[in-house]
Design a binder for this molecule. Structure first.
Ligand code: NAP
Length: 257
């Protein structure tokens, strides 16, 4: 039996750990990474890196490697691969689950400005502040490139490539982050507005509490929807339950404790 996990997230790594521990020894657990990060933290089990060549390529991979269940544990904003996963699973008749951590909520007193895209975030910014803490990742920075009157502190795992804003300091770092560290960044750089995707999860959430404490607005990019008809689990543990149940089926995993 063979489970393919589309990864690139903390939850995907945790899921691979759970599967390797829970499935019979002869089961295969393969994690797939896009290859965007130069030195990713690798999950246990088998790992493959790089695109499949669209939905057709992924469907062919599922057939060739005799995959019994597909779990899309990619980032909530990785919309293309999730769409491809839905199409490929349907074409190859492989059960599919989307593992999606719950989105964030503003919290009492949070000054949130939900937007539908990075472009809309960029249009919203000039009315909200001048010193921006930009945490939407290194991709898509072109949306902010024309905002010459604003200064950006841009944090990402790997260095960004142009086009990006003219007045920008890059901070290379990877979560988890602490509330204390986030407070200090906002204070030291005199940040007066935060931009984030609604990524969810604990590792990068402390910036939200720090922004609320500092009384600064937060521009929040909404998630793309999960493809229609795809089952969703909120945690790696629930994903394992799905695999053991009739939805995932055929894996032989035994309930633990
Ligand atoms: P995307 O726009 O949905 O995907 C673009 C293409 O990258 C896909 O069509 C696919 O290429 C390839 N791809 C994406 N995820 C893959 C995976 N797990 N394994 C193999 N190929 C994959 O994705 P993205 O937003 O660029 O994100 C890329 C990866 O970074 C994802 O794995 C995601 O979990 C992780 N990530 C994304 C974000 C974010 O904000 N978007 C944040 C943190 C981590 P083919 O069509 O050739 O198969």
């Amino acid at each position: 039996m063979h489970v393919l996990v589309l990864g690139g997230t903390t939850e995907a790594r945790r899921l691979a750990e759970l599967l390797v521990a829970a499935l019979p020894e002869d089961a295969r657990v393969t994690s797939s990474l896009a290859g965007r990060v130069a030195s990713p933290r690798l999950p246990p089990g088998e790992v493959r890196v790089g695109g499949f060549g669209g939905a057709d390529g992924l469907a062919a991979w599922l057939r060739t490697h005799q995959v019994d269940a597909l779990i899309d544990a990619t980032h909530p904003f990785a919309g293309t691969i999730s769409f491809n996963a839905a199409a490929a699973a349907s074409a190859a008749h492989v059960p599919l689950l989307a593992l999606r951590r719950p989105g964030w909520v503003p919290g009492r007193g949070g000054d949130w400005h939900p937007v539908g895209s990075l472009e809309e975030a960029a249009r919203t910014l000039p009315a909200l502040g001048r010193r921006v803490f930009l945490t939407t990742g290194r991709m898509g920075l072109a949306a902010f490139a024309g905002l010459d009157a604003l200064w950006f502190l841009m944090r990402s795992v790997d260095a960004p490539e142009p086009p990006y804003p003219a007045r920008m300091e890059v901070l290379l770092d990877r979560g988890p982050f602490t509330a204390e560290g986030e407070r200090e960044l906002i204070r030291r750089h005199r940040v007066d507005v935060l931009v984030t995707k609604d990524s969810g999860g604990a590792a990068t959430a402390p910036k939200l509490a720090a922004a609320r404490e500092a009384g600064i607005p937060v521009v929040v990019v909404r998630r793309p929807p999960v493809p229609e008809g795809v089952a969703v689990a909120g945690t790696p543990e629930r994903a394992l339950d799905w695999l053991r149940g009739p939805g995932g089926g055929r894996t032989g995993a035994q309930p633990s404790g």
